[in-house]
Design a protein around this ligand. Structure first.
Ligand SMILES: [Cu+2]
Length: 179
């Protein structure tokens, strides 16, 4: 019933907007068609204008990409998170076919997972209580990867191996509680 009510209320508004947009687009196309039918242009005139516009657009696009890259680079989170000495560190060790993990992690606190492996490459993927992948890093033998995470949803998080590591890879799951 709620869905039918929604359709009854929103239907006419959507239809009106559709007609306005479709009518405007039709008028624009008609006016372009009528205003250009009497004036044949040389191909070179068209391409010259087009190429000039294309150069301007390419330049503008390049500048905006470089500017947004430069402006967003300072807020890149990983260097500051790695240097935060007050972080609580949790060790994660992956092996065929299990994880050695903390049973609980604190909520709304920056934590650092120090992730390694005792045998082959594994993946350390953290799924929130709603099933969304929120962070992942490789678990590698003889190397420790650092993964900064802040848990904002209380509940049980599922860990899955995200790197094919052998015959029972699909069984390689674990979990911990964030509270
Ligand atoms: Cu695996």
């Amino acid at each position: 019933m709620a869905k039918a009510g929604f359709t009854m209320e929103k239907g006419p508004i959507v239809l009106v907007w559709f007609l306005i947009i479709a009518g405007t687009a039709t008028l624009i196309m008609l006016s372009v068609a009528l205003s250009t039918r009497m004036s044949p242009m040389q191909q070179s005139d068209v391409t010259r204008q087009g190429y000039a516009l294309r150069r301007v657009l390419l330049w503008a696009l390049s500048m905006s990409i470089i500017a947004s890259f430069a402006l967003s680079l300072p807020s890149f989170p990983y260097p500051t998170a790695s240097q935060n000495r007050s972080l609580r560190h949790f060790s994660v060790v992956a092996r065929q076919f299990s994880f050695q993990l903390p049973s609980t992690v604190p909520l709304n606190t920056d934590v650092m997972f120090d992730v390694s492996s005792t045998d082959v490459n594994h993946g350390f993927g953290i799924y929130d209580p709603n099933g969304a992948l929120i962070a992942q890093v490789q678990a590698m033998p003889d190397y420790t990867n650092h993964l900064p995470v802040r848990f904002t949803i209380a509940g049980r998080y599922t860990i899955r191996c995200l790197e094919y590591c052998g015959i029972a890879h699909h069984l390689m799951q674990a979990s911990f509680e964030a509270r």
